[in-house]
Design a protein around this ligand. Structure first.
Ligand code: SAM
Length: 218
């Protein structure tokens, strides 16, 4: 799927001009405890979340695969860090306090690549960091599959809400905002791996295998 960045952004600009708060995602992210000082906006689109986070003092990097979306992001905030890449293969060699997938990113990735996208996002999380994702629940990909992909990447569900302003999740919810964190066991596992370069234990996550081989699809 390809996007038209300016049209996408215009929708939010029109809403903002009409007085709608269009920064719920950024408010949610800065409200995490601890508040992240660095954020990877994964599937950043026109950068609307990253730009607002930067305005609030967060160091941000935006990654998206779509050229039109990134052109709009770059024009809106040329001073910020925008990278064109496929999340399913992302390896920036850097880690962030939080990785954010806002706006249904996981519903727009190529079907079958969701696990690789989650694994790559997990790889970019600093110890104790948070993976934040918000997506609709009426599509083929749901929270059960997402939780399984997070678990395989060494992440544990910490919080789940139905909106970005932290309304509780109930069975009729149409949307979920999830916060996953890397477990302590996995953190020590990853630091052991980094120090020794050794092979993972038998129960290690698929994420670890890909870290060793360098192949995000391993
Ligand atoms: C609905 S837009 C959301 C954009 C932005 N996060 C927001 O909330 O406004 C979904 C974005 O995900 C991006 N995307 C989908 N799959 C991707 C992938 N594999 N790698 C990088 N970006 C991807 C699309 O290009 C698109 O910009």
């Amino acid at each position: 799927m390809s996007w038209h960045g300016d049209s996408y952004q215009k929708h939010f600009d029109d809403q903002a001009a009409a007085g709608v708060d269009v920064h719920g995602e950024a408010s949610f992210v800065v409200g995490l405890d601890p508040a992240p000082r660095s954020v990877l906006d994964a599937g950043c689109g026109t950068g609307r979340v990253a730009i607002e986070l930067a305005r609030r003092g967060v160091r941000v990097t935006g990654v998206d695969v779509d050229q039109s979306m990134l052109d709009t992001a770059r024009r809106r905030a040329p001073h910020l860090d925008w990278i064109r890449a496929d999340l399913s293969q992302l390896d920036l060699g850097r880690q962030f306090d939080a990785v954010v997938m806002a706006g249904n990113v996981l519903l727009f990735t190529r079907p079958g690549t969701e696990a690789s996208v989650v694994r790559a996002c997990a790889r970019h999380l600093a110890p104790g960091g948070a993976l934040v994702a918000g997506f609709q629940l009426d599509r083929d990909y749901g929270v059960d599959a997402y939780d399984a992909h997070c678990a395989a990447a060494g992440l544990t569900l910490a919080q789940r809400w139905s909106t970005w302003d932290r309304q509780p999740l109930d069975p009729s919810a149409a949307y979920a905002v999830s916060v996953h964190r890397r477990t302590a066991a996995d953190q020590s596992y990853f630091s052991t791996l980094t120090r020794s370069g050794s092979k993972p234990a038998a129960n290690s996550a698929a994420c670890a295998a890909s870290t060793i081989s360098g192949d995000p699809h391993a």
